[in-house]
Design a protein around this ligand. Structure first.
Ligand SMILES: [Zn+2]
Length: 320
């Protein structure tokens, strides 16, 4: 089942499928939390379906195998771990799949998830196949954005960008799913991505985020009490909390500079005002730079002690 915000792109593809004009290498650009895997798989399933050319029939042998995740002509490669590269060997395997004949007497589909995780060597290994794939071989590549993709890959693909729905539609969709109203800032903290927002609220992170912001804003008032409460709230949810604090500091700085809209913290706006009126801009800017550095450090070295580093960072706010 596709998500509502995927329908219009899907109809474009359906038209091309009907006219047999779908490019042999589709590059789908979509942010995390927009369900791009669902859309990519829908396309793969359709290409492989034995009954229909424009949507999976769901009843043929091919569709059944696809649903059971055991279709012999559907191949997927992706990084072994999020954030890691796709190995050259895996990419070379794609070349072999591309030249094999179909086991079901139809098409073959090769899906490369996180195509931006192919290193230069990997990308070079597949360029020729992407440019002129053997007959009956469909490539689907997915990535977050163009920025991290090698231009040589991009130039050989037909690019499609999955649009993020408007905030009001995300709000409606998530609220309908959860049967409860949600905060606007929950959407903004997740860059507007519907599925990320849904799991954010579903797992109670929206409440913990609110608690953290409140504790942090209170700590920033003299005499700066409660450093360990803030730290405990950070440690509980891990490094994502540093992102929240970073967005919060940016909101405070924006408020001090007279910006009047586009704040991430909508429902927590009182805390933004509270901090903006008591902490000097220079300190906010300095600390915001430091927390971004800290975030990257913790992202790269998972073994570091987040508790210790957060306490150290928070101490930077205490002026005397
Ligand atoms: Zn079918």
């Amino acid at each position: 089942m596709l998500y509502p915000w995927q329908e219009s792109l899907w109809q474009n593809w359906q038209q091309l499928l009907e006219q047999r004009r779908l490019h042999h290498a589709i590059l789908l650009l979509a942010v995390k939390g927009s369900g791009r895997d669902v859309l990519a798989r829908q396309l793969a399933k359709t290409v492989l379906c034995q009954n229909s050319e424009t949507e999976p029939c769901g009843v043929c042998h091919s569709c059944k195998l696809f649903e059971a995740s055991s279709h012999p002509d559907f191949h997927v490669i992706k990084p072994e771990q999020e954030g890691k590269q796709i190995g050259v060997d895996a990419v070379r395997q794609c070349n072999r799949w591309a030249t094999e004949t179909s086991q079901l007497n139809g098409q073959r589909v090769i899906l490369i998830e996180h195509a931006d995780a192919m290193g230069e060597a990997g990308a070079n290994a597949i360029l020729k196949t992407l440019e002129e794939p053997p007959q009956g071989c469909q490539f689907i590549l997915t990535a977050q954005s163009l920025d991290s993709l090698l231009p040589t890959i991009v130039s050989r693909c037909n690019k499609w960008r999955l649009p993020i729905p408007a905030e009001v539609n995300v709000k409606q969709w998530v609220e309908h799913k959860l049967m409860q109203s949600i905060k606007q800032e929950s959407i903004r903290l997740n860059s507007g991505a519907p599925l990320s927002t849904l799991s954010f609220v579903e797992s109670g992170m929206d409440i913990r985020h609110g608690n953290l912001i409140k504790a942090f804003a209170d700590f920033l008032q003299p005499p700066n009490l409660g450093i360990y409460d803030v730290t405990a709230l950070c440690t509980a949810d891990g490094i994502v909390t540093l992102k929240w604090l970073s967005y919060f500091l940016v909101d405070c700085i924006k408020y001090q500079q007279g910006v009047s809209d586009h704040f991430v913290h909508v429902e927590s706006f009182a805390s933004v005002q509270q901090v903006a009126s008591s902490v000097p801009t220079a300190l906010l800017i300095d600390q915001s730079r430091k927390i971004n550095t800290l975030y990257r450090k913790l992202e790269q070295h998972t073994g570091l002690n987040i508790e210790l580093l957060v306490v150290e960072w928070l101490t930077g706010f205490i002026q005397d």
